[in-house]
Write a protein that binds this ligand. Structure first.
Ligand SMILES: [Zn+2]
Ligand SMILES: [Zn+2]
Length: 212
C-alpha cells in the first residue's frame, strides 16, 4: 500500500511476534528510498500504548487501510477535529502488557462500537466497529497511541462533510463526503485479508459489497 513500513524500526522482543513476522502476509511493498522502485520488504512490528504506560501493544503487520474520520461522532469522542484509525485483524494487534477495559458506545450505524481503554488513565488504544459482523475480529487502532504515529498516515479521509473548516486536506489525499466504496479504495491485498477474516467469521454478505 504505502511506504510506511520502511520507517518502522521498533525492536520486537516477543517470540510470538517474531514467528508471526515470518509469515508471507507480513511482507509489503515499499517505495525504496522514494525512488519509485517498489521492493518487497518485511514489515517490522511497531508498538504503542496508553498515556500512563499500563497498556502496551504491538502491531505486527501493515494495516489494511487507515481512515481519517471527520464525522461529528469521532470529533466528540476524541474531543478533537478527527480520529485516525488503522484497521487490522484483531490478532495482529497484540497486547504486550497491561489490560484494557471495553466500553460500549453508540455509533452512527446503530450497531455500536466497543472502545478499548486503559483502566487507569482511560486513554483509548483501539476500538471495534460492527463492520458487517466482524466486530471483535477487527481492531481500529487509534494511530495517535502508536509510539510513532507517523508510521500510519491516512489512506482516505471520510465524512469530510463534517470536517472542521480550518482543517485543510492535502490535495493528493483520497477523501469522501460520507463513506467510500471499499472495492475502489482498498488495495487488492487488503481486500484478500478482509475475505479471510470474513470467511473465518462465517460472514456470507461481505462488508465490502454493502457500499455499492
Ligand atoms: Zn494508561
Ligand atoms: Zn467517525
Amino acid at each position: 500500500m504505502t511506504h510506511r513500513a520502511s520507517r518502522c524500526s521498533t525492536e520486537v522482543s516477543a517470540s510470538r511476534a517474531r514467528a508471526a513476522l515470518e509469515t508471507p502476509e507480513n511482507y509489503c511493498y515499499v517505495n525504496a528510498k522514494d525512488s519509485g522502485v517498489f521492493m518487497k520488504e518485511k514489515f517490522e512490528a511497531c508498538e504503542g500504548g496508553c498515556a500512563c504506560g499500563h497498556v502496551r501493544y504491538q502491531v505486527i503487520s501493515e494495516p489494511m487501510i487507515v481512515h481519517c474520520c471527520h464525522c461529528s461522532w469521532c470529533q466528540r469522542q476524541n474531543g478533537s477535529a478527527f480520529a485516525v484509525n488503522a484497521l487490522l485483524e484483531a490478532d495482529r494487534v497484540q497486547l504486550l502488557a497491561g489490560d484494557v477495559e471495553n466500553l460500549e458506545m453508540a455509533s452512527p450505524s446503530g450497531n455500536g462500537q466497543t472502545i478499548a481503554r486503559c483502566p487507569h488513565c482511560r486513554v483509548a488504544v483501539w476500538s471495534n466497529y460492527y463492520m458487517g459482523g466482524l466486530k471483535d475480529r477487527i481492531r481500529f487502532v487509534r494511530v495517535g497511541s502508536l509510539d510513532n504515529p507517523d508510521l500510519m498516515p491516512p489512506d482516505v479521509h471520510i465524512f469530510t462533510s463534517n470536517k472542521q473548516a480550518w482543517v485543510v486536506l492535502p490535495p493528493t489525499d483520497q477523501s469522501t463526503e460520507k463513506f467510500y466504496d471499499p472495492l475502489a479504495t482498498w488495495s487488492a491485498e487488503s481486500l484478500k485479508r478482509l475475505d479471510v477474516l470474513e470467511a473465518a467469521a462465517g460472514i456470507e454478505k461481505s462488508w465490502k459489497n454493502l457500499w455499492r
